[in-house]
Ligand binder design. Structure first.
Ligand code: ATP
Length: 254
C-alpha cells in the first residue's frame, strides 16, 4: 500500500481508495468496484463524510433486526472484502451468523480468494464457493446462493448490494439490511433497513451497537423495530445532504 501521511486532511478517504486498489491487486475486488466506490465517495461528500442522525437510526434498527433474527447471514462482496473484512467477521461472530461471498461479476477464483480471506480472519462458516441453490428471478450467475446461507436466511445483511438482487431477496420474503450512500438507489428504496453511511463507518458502529443492545430484552428490540420507518429515514438522509450543501454554499459567501 502506498504511504498516505496521517496528517493529510483527506486521510480517511485516501486510505479507503488505497485499500480498494490493493483489493484489486490481490484479486478480491473487481475493477467495477472502483467505479462504485467513486460514486459512493461523491455521495459521502454530500453528507459531509459523517454518520448522520438518520444513518445512526438505521444502524440501531439494523442491530435490533440482527439480534432478533433466527437465521441471519452476512453477505460479502469484493468492496466489503477490501474495506471491512475484519469488521464483517467480527459482526458475524458476535451474532453467531455465517458469512456468504456474493459478488456481482462472479469468478470462482475471486469467490475463493474472498472466502479464504474471511476464513483467515477467524470466520466460522463461510458460504459462497459451493452454491447449491438459485434465487428466483435473477440470471444464472447472479442467482447463485447457498442453502444454510443467504438462500435460507430470514435476515440478510448485504452492504453495497445491487438493486435487482436486493429486490429478488425481498421478493423471497427476506428482510434485507443494506449499506448504501445513495438514498435514492433501487437498493436503498427496496431494502427493509437502509443505512445511508459509508461502509467504513457503518460496520464499526454496528459492532458497537450490537454489543450495547445485546443485553436488551426482546420486547424492547421489537418495539424499536416497530417504530422504524425506512422511507422516512431515506427522506431525512436526502434532507441531510441538502442541508449540508446549503451550509457549504453559504460558506462560499463568507
Ligand atoms: P441500484 O442498482 O441499487 O440502483 P446503482 O446501480 O446505483 O444501484 P451500484 O453500481 O450497483 O449502484 O453500486 C454502487 C452503490 O454503492 C452506489 O449507490 C454507491 O453510493 C454505493 N457505495 C459505493 N461505495 C460505498 C461505500 N464505501 N459505502 C457505502 N456505499 C457505497
Amino acid at each position: 500500500m502506498s504511504e498516505v501521511p496521517r496528517t493529510h486532511p483527506r486521510y480517511a478517504s485516501l486510505m479507503t481508495r488505497e485499500k480498494l486498489v490493493e483489493g484489486v491487486g490481490r484479486g478480491i475486488t473487481g475493477l467495477n468496484g472502483l467505479i462504485a466506490q467513486g460514486r459512493g465517495e461523491a455521495l459521502d461528500y454530500l453528507i459531509g463524510e459523517v454518520t448522520t442522525a438518520p444513518a445512526m437510526e438505521a444502524e440501531r434498527a439494523a442491530a435490533a433486526m440482527l439480534l432478533l433474527a433466527e437465521g441471519p447471514v452476512l453477505s460479502v462482496n469484493g468492496n466489503a472484502a477490501a474495506l471491512v473484512p475484519k469488521e464483517m467477521v467480527a459482526l458475524a461472530n458476535k451474532i453467531g451468523a455465517p458469512l456468504e461471498v456474493n459478488i456481482f461479476y462472479r469468478t470462482e477464483e475471486r469467490v475463493k480468494k474472498i472466502a479464504d480471506l474471511l476464513r483467515g480472519l477467524g470466520a466460522g462458516t463461510v458460504y459462497g464457493d459451493e452454491p447449491d441453490a438459485q434465487i428466483p428471478g435473477l440470471d444464472h450467475a447472479r442467482a447463485k446462493a447457498a442453502r444454510g446461507g443467504i438462500y435460507d436466511a430470514d435476515v440478510v445483511f448485504v452492504p453495497l448490494e445491487d438493486g435487482d438482487r436486493c429486490e429478488a431477496l425481498v421478493k423471497m420474503g427476506k428482510r434485507v439490511i443494506t449499506v448504501d450512500l445513495n438514498p435514492l438507489s433501487r437498493t436503498a428504496r427496496t431494502s427493509t433497513v437502509t443505512i445511508v453511511d459509508n461502509v467504513v463507518r457503518a460496520l464499526p458502529n454496528l459492532i458497537s451497537l450490537v454489543d450495547e443492545m445485546a443485553g436488551q430484552d426482546e420486547a424492547e428490540l421489537r418495539r424499536l423495530l416497530e417504530g422504524y420507518d425506512n422511507r422516512a429515514v431515506l427522506r431525512r438522509s436526502v434532507e441531510e445532504m441538502i442541508s449540508h450543501l446549503t451550509h457549504q454554499f453559504s460558506a462560499l459567501d463568507g
